[in-house]
Design a protein around this ligand. Structure first.
Ligand SMILES: [Zn+2]
Length: 65
């Protein structure tokens, strides 16, 4: 068991920070459900983003819209 990797931990594809996805942690809903949807999936997106990056990306998309 790798001590640096907790079960259900995700690595943000943008900043590489470890975070926990509520869905993968077994929660009924994820914290990301409280944020506005990011929109159509980005082809470059490899998975969930950490809370910090998701907020930044949402703000960037809204600024571009
Ligand atoms: Zn991140």
């Amino acid at each position: 068991m790798n001590r640096t990797e907790s079960p259900g931990a995700n690595l943000c594809p943008r900043c590489g920070k470890a975070f926990t996805c509520g869905m993968q942690a077994g929660a009924e809903r994820c914290w990301c459900a409280d944020l506005p949807p990011l929109g159509p999936p980005d082809p470059a997106q490899k998975g969930c983003y950490c809370p910090d990056c998701l907020k930044v990306l949402i703000a960037e998309r809204q600024a571009r819209a």
